[in-house]
Design a protein around this ligand. Sequence first.
Ligand code: NAD
Ligand code: MG
Length: 297
Amino acid sequence: MGGHDTDDPRKFAQEPPFPKEQQSFPGTEKNMDVKPDYGYDTYVGHNKLKDKVAIITGGDSGIGRAVALAYAREGADVVISYLNEHDDAKETARVVEEAGRQVLLVPGDLAEDSHCQKVVDEAVKKFGRIDILVNNAGFQGDQVDDFTKIDRQRLEYAFKTNIIAMFRLSQMSVEHMKPGSAIINTSSIQAYKPSPGILDYACTKGAIVAFTKGLGMDLFPKHGIRVNTVAPGPVWTPLIVESFPAEKVEKFGTQTPVNRAAMPKEYGPAFVFLACNEDSSMISGEVLGITGGLPLA
Ligand code: NAD
Ligand code: MG
């Protein structure tokens, strides 16, 4: 899909219904029928992140790709961590290089501690430092009709991927960060309005809010590193078609006051804002809801 058709934000993106697309984890953007809009035609950079180095987990697709595009157009080099969606990651790499910046792809499972270390080590080996860590990778299991159906393996995988990896990557990165660096996490409206059918996921997103508030208070005075989180509402990405049933996919986004889902392009600017000291120098430990009007708390 192309750029904005109008100045009216209600119409910035595809309106429902969506086709009843279904994929299994990890979904790929390559196999989506309705392609997410990353801002290819619309995002204009202003050197806000000139020569910074950013790690973006889950940067192959969805929100992560929109952040990679925005960061590269703002002048940053990026390290893309992703599970195994190699074609999607290559497309993100193409977008970054097209913006004249360097990219490093690091596939692998962040549920493993050794892989978290590998992402940080490879980033430092290639670029010599880390200025921005975007903890955005996430696993959302299939929606179930009763929480007893969420087995231990899934519960652990959700926690390992969504919060333990974030915790560990932050611990491992901090020694490579100078004052002025930023950590930006992706939480969810699920932290505030949990859906019972994905309660494991919702609990991890609540933990991310607590993690962000606590770390934001700690690292800012101690190291001059700001820590914030974006809490998205519904966004059209592979994660949706891999975890929600067809009927929910079709109506995806209609629960928002604005009656539509977001597109990934509607997240890039917020991640730039929270990474850029000139823009957000007094903001740390904050949650920025981008939900189409649904209040967070
Ligand atoms: P996405 O599927 O495009 O991105 C998630 C990425 O996480 C995947 O590309 C995958 O490579 C990566 N990933 C998953 N498990 C991993 C693992 N174990 N190791 C390494 N990488 C792993 O979907 P998205 O919607 O852009 O998701 C990005 C973030 O946004 C997630 O944290 C998600 O929870 C959050 N979020 C999404 C929505 C939404 O409606 N799409 C709403 C709220 C929050
Ligand atoms: Mg992906």
